[in-house]
Structures are given as structure tokens and as C-alpha cells.
Design a protein around this ligand. Structure first.
Ligand code: GCW
Length: 678
């Protein structure tokens, strides 16, 4: 062959070997079945039809195998749990069967063992919170606009395309066990409760229902005044209570399985019962009474703080602890994982385990408001694992946040967990290909709060990046069974994910520093940011307190005494700078720049090394990713590569900005063995 022909020939060979372009829209649901299966199910329902269809589409077991789907009550199975076996899935509910089917297919695709086992959910309600505004924008959304609401004249029109998208959304959620969606922002527009929006809510609910997803709404506490024409929204006023009762009845006539209300009250300018001299319990209970005849819930948020003299980290506990035991059974207090606000690292909120006579649910943030948004690769399951496994000591050793919230320690009437969604209209749903792993991880942890972040990463990579078409043979390059793929793709990518959150903490705010972002965008660094007129508790100097003596927020008895809200031995451990874990050091202590750390370094040097390490870690991620190019389709490969490049530049800016700023106070030299900030 002539040289020219060989070149043309090899070009086509190369082309045909390039992995298929992939826009990421299929998430972790890319597995295709190759074999036929004989599904037997004696009952009929829309949910069971989906279960059967999923099995037929995705079956990777032996060809023509028989599988039985059995809806039958069994005491060992709780809620929507299921009993799974190679040839049989049993559950008490139809949705339990569907969950069992997804579990079976996940195991087939990831090569996990399938033996007879009962799988029960950790939380009864596993809910996504969408901070979607009715004009289609998303508060803290970084992946396009809302998939539910939109701007413009036709904003209430529902199209075939919308329904298709909602169905894909529902399927993805069901595949990981999510069973609730709050469709609108907690900073809620009262308009959501008007007839037109309720009609659209019903259309969404109808699409989500067969996938076991209940619909919830965020409500504005002043709705009776704003849309109801009443003179007050006082929860103890009988007309107000009646207005809510009528509204709830109207909602249930449209959506019989409506989940309930999520409420942000008396927080960041939102109206609430305190506007009328009433308590959070008065407000929550009034709504709970309206919902209870229909089985609805109130999820009342504890995210409250005022620009008062009291340390912001203490305020939720101060306000809610005195109300413990005063809430109705169908109220559940929704508490953010940390006492401040979804920071890269916070200790757990002291409300967990402390409110013993009230149902309490964790709220996590899947959207990366404070963690590089849709630019930085940050796998959040490690953070959530750290949180769920934190020991509150409230009922002695082993009283982890997980146990305090899932009903295993306290006889909670209801259990739930919420995650603030990172989903938008972007083709790949979440903006960053790896941000999908956070949606996935939230669902998996909500189902089983003792899963490890490593196992979840392992599953997600296999489902998202392998050639899981079911034709897995040892010699197929991207098969999960290929040792080459495991060693050169799975392992390094998993390690990168597992290190990513710590890297972000290192280059943004190590050693317990928090909230040092420039302005309200919460993206880049601004430890100096404190314009006149801005609330002090919204400015970084309030949090880092750097001065000529040292750095950090004194939350011990000599300071705000926020430590007193924790149970012993945590209180003593956090109070003492010698025993306080390094990761929370500057959260609880204001320490001199030359304070000697556990490893013998000065605090200043340690701070420098952390920032420096963060930058180097991101460079390592870049190298890791460059080395896996042959295992990833070109589309996703270059997207991630480009984003990592930006992340690396951002990390550098974080380090340089923070260290140069803090050095004005420390006046100490940079250690010689680090890259100097410029
Ligand atoms: O994290 C902060 C965000 C606000 C958000 C608020 C909340 C919805 O910056 O945008 O408002 O928390 O959780 O209510």
C-alpha cells in the first residue's frame, strides 16, 4: 500500500476506535441489556410496568433466565425496602419492587455479588430540594435553568418535551432511591400556591408518581396576606389557619399523594411566625394541623440567624432547643449539616442528637455553592460520610449523626434527609461531569447511610465510565473486568475523587477556617471583603478574625462558648487547643501565629503548607486525568480537562490571595520548602 493509503486507512481505524461521543445525559444509567429475560409478575400497576421494562432493557444476567417480582408483605422488609435474590425480588410495595430491580441491575453492571438479602432504606423520606424560582432561574444553580419552571408568557404551558425530561429525572432519582422532590426555592414565591402554579405542579406530580416520587412545595409564610387577601398571617389567627386548611384541601384534590410543605421562616428576610410574636412551633404546628388529615408533612428549617451579637454558629440551637417536644408529630426539623452554612468543612450542627423529642432531618447541599460550583471537581460523599459518622455522644459513644436521625436511637415519628439539588437544564444535568457523582452519592447515602464514600465512587465510576453494555469480556478494553481498566482507570480516578474534597478544603479554607469568600457569589477568595453597609455576619473578617496576635474564631468559654452546645467529651475536646482536631482548630480557637501544632510546626507554617498542598493536589488531578484519556470519550475527557485547568488556576488564586492577605497580620516569612505566593 502506498504511504498515503496507509495514512487514510489508519485514520479511519483510529476514528472507529475512538470511544463514542457522550454528552453525559444518560448519567449512571448507561448500561444496556444484552440478554433476554423472562419476567413474571402477577400484579399490574404503572410502577410495576416500569420495573418490568427496566429488567427487559437492562438485563445482563443469563439469557432467558426467569425472574419473579412478588408484592407480598414481609415483616423483615421496612417501608419501600425489598428482598433481593438472583431470580426473585420481593417487596411490600410496588415501588419497593422497582428499587429492587434497580439494585439488581446495578449489581449486574458493577459485578457485585447477588445473594439473597433484605435491603431497607435508612430514611423514610429521601428528598431533593430544588431552589428553583418560578421564573426559571435557580438560586445557587450552576447547570442551566430550571427543568420545572420557566420565564415568559408560556411559563405555565407544559409540553411533551418537558414531560419527557421530568420522566428522565424521575427515573434517575428512582434508580438511587430518591422518593421526594421539593419543586421550588425555599425563598418561596407566594405565587406557587395560586391555581395556575398548582395546576402545573399537578402535571409534574403525575409524571413523577409512577417512579415513587412524591411532590412537595416550599411555601411562603405570608401567603395568606399576599395571595389570600387576609390582613395577617399570624398562625394563631383562626382565619389564617382556615386559609391554610382550604389551600391544603385544594392541593390534595389535585395531588392526592402530595408530600407536604418545606418552610424557611424568619431567616434571611423571609416572613415567619415571629413577625406576629409567635414561635417556630406555633407556625409549624398550624401548617401541620392543616396537612395532617391528608398525611402531609411539614419540613421546618432550622437555618435561622440574625445580625445579632450572638455567634451565628450558636443561633439555630439557641432558638430551637427550647422548643424541643413542642412540635406536632408530622413536623420534622430540617437542619443543615453544619451550624453555619454548607462550608467546605464544618463540625456537625449541635442540634443533631440534642433535640430528642422532635424529629430532625439533615439537609445536605449537593449543589456546590461553596465548593467551586460547576467548575471544581469535588466529590462530596467524603464530606457527607464524615458528617454522618460524626459522634454526637448524645446517648453515649456511638451516637453518630446517622443514628440520631434515622430512627435507630430515638423513636422519631418520621425520618428524612434532604439534599439541595445540583440539577438544571444543561445537557449533562449538573454542569460538571463529576458533579453527577454527587447527585448519585446523595441518593445512595439517603438509602443507606452507612455506605462508604469509596464504595459509592466505585459504583458510580463503573456505571458512568465503563463500557457496561453487558458484553463484558476480559479482553474488552473498558470492561469493569479488565485488569487494565481497573488499574489504570478505576483506581486513579477513584483516588482523585476521594481526595478532591480535602484538596478543596486545603486550597480554600484549611484548619477550620470558614466563610472567607469574596461577596455573595461564594466562589473566589475574599478574606478582606467587608464593604460598609454589608451585614457583619456576611463578611469574612467576622469569621477568620485575623489580627496581629493570631487567627481563628474563639468559640470556647473565653469567646462565644459555642462549644457548650456540644455534648461531653466533645465539649472538652474542642475547648482545648491541644486536643481539638486540627481540622476544626480555627473554628473553635483564636490562636497566635506561632502556636505550635501537633506536628511541631507553627500555625503560620502549617497554614502555608495546607494552601500549598491544595494547589499541588489539583495539579495531580490534572496529571491523573491526562493519563486516562484513552479510557474516556473525547467529549467528557476534554470537558473535565478544561475544568481541571480552571480549577487549578482558581486554587492558585485562593492560595496566593489568602496567604498574602494573612501575612499582613502574621508578618512571618513563607516556609522555604513551599512555592511562594505571588
Ligand atoms: O447557603 C445560603 C445561600 C442562600 C440560601 C440559604 C438557605 C436559599 O447562600 O442562597 O437561600 O443559604 O439555605 O436558605
Amino acid at each position: 500500500m502506498s504511504r498515503k493509503i496507509i495514512t487514510i486507512f489508519s485514520f479511519f481505524v483510529l476514528l472507529s476506535f475512538d470511544l463514542q461521543a457522550e454528552d453525559g445525559h444518560d448519567l449512571w444509567l448507561r448500561g444496556k441489556g444484552t440478554n433476554s429475560v423472562n419476567v413474571i409478575c402477577s400484579k399490574k400497576s404503572p410502577t410495576l410496568s416500569i420495573a418490568m421494562q427496566e429488567l427487559r432493557q437492562g438485563w445482563q444476567g443469563k439469557t432467558n433466565e426467569k425472574i419473579e417480582l412478588v408484592v407480598k408483605s414481609d415483616k423483615a422488609i421496612k417501608g419501600d425496602g425489598f428482598r433481593i435474590g438472583k431470580n426473585r425480588i420481593q417487596a411490600n410495595t410496588d415501588i419497593g419492587i422497582l428499587y429492587g430491580v434497580y439494585e439488581l441491575m446495578r449489581r449486574q453492571q458493577t459485578g457485585e455479588n447477588i445473594y439473597e438479602e433484605v435491603c431497607n432504606p435508612s430514611y423514610e423520606r429521601r428528598i431533593l430540594n430544588h431552589w428553583d424560582n418560578l421564573d426559571g432561574t435557580i438560586e445557587r444553580g450552576y447547570a442551566g435553568s430550571s427543568i420545572f419552571w420557566r420565564k415568559g408568557k408560556d411559563s405555565l404551558t407544559v409540553t411533551y418535551t418537558d414531560k419527557q425530561l421530568w420522566q428522565e429525572y424521575a427515573r434517575a432519582n428512582a434508580s438511587i432511591g430518591i422518593n421526594g422532590s421539593v419543586l421550588n426555592n425555599v425563598n418561596a414565591s407566594p405565587a406557587i400556591l395560586t391555581a395556575d402554579y398548582l395546576k402545573k405542579t399537578k402535571e409534574i406530580a403525575d409524571v413523577l408518581r409512577p417512579y415513587g416520587i412524591r411532590t412537595y412545595l416550599s411555601v411562603n409564610f405570608a401567603s395568606p396576606q399576599v395571595i389570600g387577601g387576609l390582613k395577617t398571617s399570624d398562625p394563631l389567627n383562626s382565619e389564617v389557619a382556615q386559609w391554610w386548611k382550604n389551600k391544603v384541601k385544594e392541593i390534595y384534590s389535585l395531588i392526592p399523594d402530595f408530600g407536604g410543605f418545606l418552610v424557611k421562616a424568619n431567616s434571611e428576610g423571609q416572613p415567619g411566625p415571629q413577625d406576629f410574636g409567635r414561635t417556630h412551633a406555633d407556625g409549624a404546628n398550624m401548617l401541620a394541623d392543616a396537612l395532617s388529615p391528608f398525611g402531609g408533612m411539614v419540613m421546618w428549617r432550622a437555618f435561622v440567624y440574625n445580625p445579632s451579637d450572638e455567634d451565628r454558629a450558636k443561633q439555630a440551637y439557641s432558638e430551637f432547643m427550647p422548643l424541643d417536644g413542642q412540635f406536632r408529630d408530622n413536623v420534622i426539623i430540617q437542619v443543615k449539616n453544619g451550624p453555619i452554612d454548607f462550608q467546605p468543612r464544618e463540625p456537625f450542627s449541635p442540634l443533631f442528637g440534642a433535640m430528642k423529642k422532635t424529629s430532625v432531618m439533615p439537609e445536605l447541599q449537593i449543589t456546590q455553592e461553596y465548593l467551586g460550583q460547576s467548575v471544581h471537581l469535588v466529590y462530596l460523599a467524603t464530606m457527607w460520610e464524615e458528617f454522618l459518622k460524626s459522634d454526637t455522644y448524645q446517648e453515649g459513644k456511638g451516637s453518630t449523626v446517622a443514628c440520631c436521625t434515622d430512627g435507630s436511637l430515638f423513636p422519631q415519628k418520621h425520618t428524612a434527609i434532604a439534599g439541595v439539588s445540583n440539577i438544571g437544564s444543561d445537557v449533562n444535568w449538573c454542569g460538571h461531569p463529576f458533579a453527577q457523582s454527587n447527585w448519585y452519592a446523595f441518593g445512595r447515602l439517603a438509602w443507606n447511610n452507612s455506605l462508604s464514600s469509596e464504595q459509592i465512587a466505585d459504583e458510580w465510576i463503573k456505571l458512568t465510565f465503563s463500557d457496561n453494555s453487558g458484553e463484558s469480556e476480559i479482553d474488552v478494553e473498558n470492561s469493569i473486568y479488565s485488569p487494565d481498566w481497573q488499574v489504570n482507570f478505576l483506581q486513579p480516578v477513584k483516588q482523585m475523587m476521594l481526595n478532591s474534597r480535602e484538596a478543596a478544603v486545603n486550597y480554600m479554607m484549611p484548619l477550620g477556617l470558614h466563610h472567607i469568600f469574596a461577596a455573595d457569589h461564594h466562589y473566589g477568595p475574599g478574606p478582606w471583603w467587608a464593604p460598609t453597609g454589608v451585614r457583619k455576619d456576611w463578611t469574612p473578617p467576622y469569621y477568620h478574625k485575623a489580627d496581629s496576635i493570631g487567627i481563628g474564631f474563639d468559640r470556647t468559654a473565653t469567646g462565644s462558648n459555642a462549644v457548650s452546645q456540644y455534648q461531653e467529651p466533645l465539649q472538652s475536646m474542642f475547648s482545648n487547643s491541644q486536643t481539638c482536631p486540627d481540622i476544626y482548630l480555627l473554628w473553635f480557637h483564636h490562636l497566635p501565629w506561632n502556636f505550635i501544632m501537633k506536628d511541631g510546626q507553627t500555625l503560620w507554617d502549617e497554614l502555608c503548607y495546607h494552601y500549598d498542598k491544595g494547589v499541588r493536589q489539583v495539579r495531580e488531578f490534572q496529571k491523573t486525568w491526562d493519563q486516562v484519556q484513552r479510557y474516556v470519550d473525547s467529549e467528557r475527557f476534554s470537558q473535565v480537562q478544561t475544568k481541571l485547568r480552571e480549577q487549578c488556576m482558581n486554587a492558585q488564586v485562593w492560595k496566593d490571595a489568602c496567604l498574602l492577605y494573612f501575612r499582613q497580620f502574621s508578618k512571618m516569612p513563607f516556609p522555604n520548602d513551599m512555592e511562594r505566593p505571588v
